[in-house]
Design a protein around this ligand. Structure first.
Ligand code: URA
Length: 414
């Protein structure tokens, strides 16, 4: 087989076989297919698309390019994946919450790149927290406390690890086929009984329109089912940050509030909605409404907070009641009216300007910076009313972040 013929086939709208996909992915992992040929194929896939059989084959071959986690207990095993958004801290709450129902949650997460935050970056706001656990550490932690949030190990889906880095610099990220295979291959390697996907749409999401997010959601669920993985999907609105806090330390603090039974309603509600199908799929509840009641009571009991604390301590972190944040200042509404837009892309860029996100892989992160939104879409506001609190270190990026935030705010006059 020749890599160049496989690329030309996709370029000419033809369908690739499982053998061809396997050949090119294996060659890419072992170095016999160079980056330039893999990039050309990724671009052909982005432009020509793939049918559902090709996507299933791509997902399967990416999954099988590495190992899968052991089943270390006989408890049902579940997880959630979000396509990424602003202020989305639900993973930090969902993992310990579900572990309190005798479910195992082996959450292999990623870092933020671009405007959306990454779960590992958030957890690293906790002093000492380790995100590089190996298989046996993951097993041991699951056996003891039922939840772990860590990075993928190097031997899990190496084809995705290499391809994602290439896609990021070759304009080939936004392909439904490539995103489906990338997300699902990693989740299949967790050896789950059920998986829920949070597919976000809006100005703060990867998929800006509802229709694009729906197409991704359909592809993820269909491919999950083809892989015999019980898969559920929830579409969620990302036209404003989830909750009040955006930024790594800020989001840990808001998660702790929710784990204490308080915190913003949208964060709590989305966490419960994502957890409910997993409770039903594993026989912990008969219906989703029943699951919602059980989950809500559990969250108020304080038990998930204890489980979170245990998870932090198992992963060498120093548990604290709140992460210290940088110096706060506020921006004020320039006029009276109704909040019409809090533009996600601009807010995300503002976090990066403050040092709370990366503009390229490997950039260091300042975990103490971020922002707290004091208004929501549809709120009536008065001129001079504070609308956002910015946490900034030594003035770094404050002028740029202020300009971006002010551009992102639209107030419709009365
Ligand atoms: N997240 C992933 O893990 N992969 C993608 O391709 C996009 C988002």
């Amino acid at each position: 087989m020749l890599a160049s013929s496989i690329i030309a086939k996709k370029r000419d709208h033809e369908k690739l076989s499982r053998e061809e996909i396997e050949f090119i992915l294996n060659g890419f992992v072992d170095g016999t297919v160079p980056d330039y040929q893999m990039s050309a194929l990724a671009m052909a896939i982005l432009c020509r698309g793939m049918d559902s059989e090709e996507i299933a084959n791509l997902t399967y071959c990416m999954w099988k390019s590495g190992i899968s986690l052991n089943r270390s207990t006989d408890r049902p095993r579940v997880d959630k994946h979000s396509t990424g958004g602003l202020g989305d801290k639900t993973s930090l709450i969902l993992a310990p919450l579900l572990a309190c129902f005798d479910l195992d949650v082996p959450m292999l997460s990623g870092r933020g790149l671009g405007i959306t935050g990454g779960t590992l970056d958030k957890l690293e706001a906790i002093e000492g927290f380790r995100c590089d656990l190996n298989q046996s550490e993951i097993d041991r932690q699951l056996r003891s406390i039922g939840c772990v949030i860590t990075g993928t190990t190097p031997d899990i889906t190496p084809a995705d690890r290499k391809l994602y880095a290439l896609r990021d610099v070759t304009g080939t990220v936004p392909s439904v086929a490539l995103i489906t295979a990338s997300i699902l291959s990693k989740k299949l390697a967790e050896s789950l009984d059920a998986l829920v996907l949070d597919v976000k749409f809006g100005t703060g999401a990867f998929m800006q329109t509802y229709d694009a997010a729906q197409a991704l959601s359909d592809s993820l669920v269909r491919t999950g089912q083809q892989m015999r993985q019980k898969t559920f999907s929830i579409m969620s609105d990302m036209n404003q940050p989830l909750g009040r806090m955006v930024g790594n330390g800020c989001e840990v603090n808001e998660s702790l509030d929710v784990l204490r039974g308080s915190g913003p309603v949208p964060v709590r509600e989305l966490t419960l909605q994502l957890s409910a199908p997993l409770m039903v799929a594993t026989g912990r509840a008969e219906t989703e409404p029943q699951a919602m009641v059980m989950l809500s009571k559990k969250l108020d009991s304080g038990e998930p907070l204890d489980r979170f604390q245990k998870m932090v301590e198992y992963q060498s972190g120093k548990f604290v009641d709140a992460i210290p944040l940088a110096t706060a200042s506020v921006l004020k509404c320039p006029r009276t009216g109704t909040i019409e837009n809090l533009h996600g892309q601009l807010i995300g860029q503002a976090v990066i300007e403050l040092g709370g996100g990366r503009s390229k892989l490997g950039d260091p992160i300042d975990h103490s910076v971020g922002m707290e939104f004091l208004v929501r879409l549809g709120d009536k506001v008065n001129e001079g009313q504070p609308w956002v609190r910015i946490f900034c270190n030594a003035g770094r990026g404050l002028a740029e972040a202020t300009a971006l935030l002010n551009r992102g705010l639209t107030i419709q006059g009365d």
